[in-house]
Design a protein. Structure first.
Length: 99
């Protein structure tokens, strides 16, 4: 199943920050109650990695009030062999274009 990183920024104001955290913790949602927070380091965002079908489902993890500000990124991993193949292919195409 695809993995997505969800980033949810929020206001840096201490009370606003506390309210966002309260909403997340009180939902009972495993994803939201296990969010990672950057607030104590001055980065007022929450992050979660979720395994769901698509970006729409990833956004659906969030309470509606937070969806518009959220960023959802599909995650992937690379294998060295595949990347080297891509680099070789592009190098060969570059050599052909110079001729």
């Amino acid at each position: 199943m695809p993995k997505f990183l969800i980033e949810v920024p929020h206001d840096a104001d201490e009370l606003a920050c506390a309210r966002v955290v309260q909403v997340f913790l009180s939902t009972g949602s495993h994803y939201l109650t296990h969010a990672e927070w950057g607030c104590m380091d001055g980065v007022h965002s929450a992050w979660m990695i979720v395994e769901v079908e698509d970006k729409a489902a990833a956004l659906g993890v969030l309470p509606p009030a937070f969806r518009a500000a959220a960023t959802v990124v599909r995650l992937n991993r690379f294998k060295l062999e595949k990347i080297e193949e891509t680099i070789r292919r592009h190098a060969a195409q570059g050599a052909t274009k110079k001729d």
